[in-house]
Structure formats: C-alpha cells, structure tokens
Ligand binder design. Sequence first.
Ligand code: E4P
Length: 215
Amino acid sequence: MKFFIDTANLDEIRKFKAMGLLDGVTTNPSLAAKEGKIDFRKLIADICAVVQGPVSAEVISTEADQMFAEAEELSAISEHVVIKLPTIPEGIKALVRCVEAGIKTNMTLVFQPVQALIVGRIGATYVSPFLGRLDDIGQDSMEVLAAIRQIYDNYDFATQILAASLRHPLHVVQAATIGADVATIPPNVLDKLLNHPLTDIGLERFLADWKKIKA
Ligand code: E4P
C-alpha cells in the first residue's frame, strides 16, 4: 500500500519525505486554507517539486465546464498533479472529460460503494472513500471500503482505491488489510505510526545496559 500525506503544509511534507514515508500528497480546500493567504498554484508547484509523485489538487467550481477548465489549468502546473473532483453529477461529467483528455483524477467525497462503482467504470485514476467521516456518523467505514475493494476486483477496474479521512493508526492497518491501494494519512497520524511505548522503553534499557559494558 502506498502512503500519501494529507496536508498542504510544506514543512510536514519535507519531514515525512526525508523519512522515506511518502509516495504522494493529497490536499483539499480546507487543508489549503490552513496555510493562510497563499498562492495555491505556487504551493502545488512547490509540493510537486518536493514529492515528485502524485499530488492531488481540488477544483472549487461546481459546474462541469468550469471544473474541466480548472482541471486543465491545474494539471498544467506539473505532470504530478492529480485533479480532485467532487463525486456529484457535475463532477462525473467533468471526470468523463478529464479521462478523455488524459488528465489524472481523484474522485473525492465518496461515502458509498455505488459512487465508487460509477467512477471506476468511467476510469478515474483514484477513488477516495472518506472513512473517518463515516465512522463519525456511526457507519462502519471498513464495510464500505471492503465492498469497494470487492467491486473493483470483480471487474478488474484500474482505478486505485485511496483510503482517505484516516484518523488513527488502526485505520491505516485496516485499510491495508482490506487492500486499499493507497492510504492518505494526516501528519498527526503519520507521527503515531512509529510510536510504541515498548519501543521507547526497550531502547532506553538497551542503551542503559550498553553503558554498563563500557563502565
Ligand atoms: C482526502 O483526500 C481528504 O483530504 C481528507 O482525507 C479528508 O479528511 P478529513 O475527514 O479528516 O477532513
């Protein structure tokens, strides 16, 4: 399973890139807004230069023609840009045009398997089920993810399943167990992936014992 980072923060991206943890990046308008008053296109160009892998940039229009125009403009920034489109009827129309134009896509705000079936049939590059947001409203997100995996395997869809809205390390493990192709992970969860108190205690003991040998 590939790891993407779910942030628009360049420092976080550099930090996890240096640890060899990153294959790509996902951003969204809320994550971009957290960076304050920024030039969004420049930010996407800078992220692409650091990561050299798929970087999702979301359109903000809600009408297909404008979405496609935005998609053309954003995808011209770098070969790494992937266009995030909302999975609404206009987004589906824009997806058809992007597929025809060879523009890479990430269908976002997916909450049920049938939405994933539709975008897989059309040929989206990625589909993003938002798992944490489903758990937040008391639904079993992993049931949804498993159904999408099953559907895609049944029909050999090339669309990659990008597990999104991950809240904790267990989500990452569950997504990998089900067979998501990618997990996009926020920085606070990436930090937790390598944390275990027994690792810290074990290291402390090893180093203390080593000092005894030297003494
Ligand atoms: C994915 O591409 C989205 O940016 C993201 O995972 C949404 O996560 P949230 O539900 O924590 O906002």
